[in-house]
Design a protein around this ligand. Structure first.
Ligand SMILES: CC(C)(COP(=O)(O)OP(=O)(O)OC[C@H]1O[C@@H](n2cnc3c(N)ncnc32)[C@H](O)[C@@H]1OP(=O)(O)O)[C@@H](O)C(=O)NCCC(=O)NCCS
Length: 203
């Protein structure tokens, strides 16, 4: 049986949109934004990393080491693509976008994104999703890109829909947050869909 050629995740592209550029991380330059993302309780809640409100903690040496170990090695990964989202107007990093969980047999990946507060609600998320998803289909040869979005995040759901992700179903009560159960909506986009609308579906 033919197995499709493995995609080239090791080459980290720079992808230009109208509002944002996606590029490989530059740790020293991007660190302030990455620190703020990791410290932001809203990001912890919306990404399902936290299970309830947390008191702000001072940024420790250990936090700094972990952040540097993680983001300092993203450009070396050969089975996933992590890129900084950069505001074209200021040239500053405003967040990150990721294709991970590569499944070679099924040519699929998971998608995730997190923007720091100054980068939100300005169309950046929608454009960043279009850019990396387009790269995933057109350069990496993916067939399917999927994600999960929690019920308390209608902004993310809307941005994903605008970029062409389609709701497939709901993982009920998938997250326990602050004493309440929260549904997780599964969304995905397929290569033939991308070919039709290139991230601009008729909604
Ligand atoms: C989710 C995220 C990537 C979206 O990116 P963004 O740049 O803020 O979103 P955009 O500006 O591209 O699009 C947001 C859309 O949602 C709409 N929207 C905003 N708040 C909304 C709300 N409370 N309910 C419904 N729609 C909402 C906006 O009006 C816009 O739609 P429109 O262009 O049709 O008017 C970004 O906000 C983010 O990173 N948030 C924090 C972390 C997070 O939620 N990560 C995703 C976890 S699944």
């Amino acid at each position: 049986m033919n197995s499709p050629q493995s995609p080239d995740f090791a080459t980290k592209p720079t992808l230009h949109g109208e509002l944002v550029t996606l590029r490989p991380f530059r740790l020293d330059e991007d660190a302030p934004t990455l620190r703020s993302l990791l410290q932001d309780p809203e990001v912890g809640r919306l990404t399902g990393s936290d299970h309830g409100p947390t008191d702000p903690q001072p940024w420790s040496e250990h936090d700094e080491e972990r952040m540097r170990a993680w983001y300092g090695t993203r450009n070396e990964q050969s089975d996933r693509l992590d890129l900084a989202v950069v505001d074209r107007e200021t040239g500053s990093c405003v967040g990150e976008v990721v294709l991970n969980e590569w499944d070679g047999d099924n040519r699929s990946c998971n998608f995730r994104i997190a923007l720091a507060e100054p980068g939100r609600n300005r169309g950046f998320g929608t454009e960043a999703a279009r850019l990396i998803v387009g790269h995933g289909f057109e350069q990496l040869g993916l067939h399917r890109i999927s994600l999960g979005v929690f019920a308390f995040n209608p902004r993310a759901l809307r941005a994903y829909q605008k970029a062409g992700f389609v709701i497939e179903g709901v993982r009920r009560d998938a997250l326990h947050y602050d004493g309440a159960w929260v549904d997780d909506t599964v969304m995905a986009i397929l290569a033939p869909e991308w070919e039709q609308h290139r991230g601009r579906p008729r909604l």
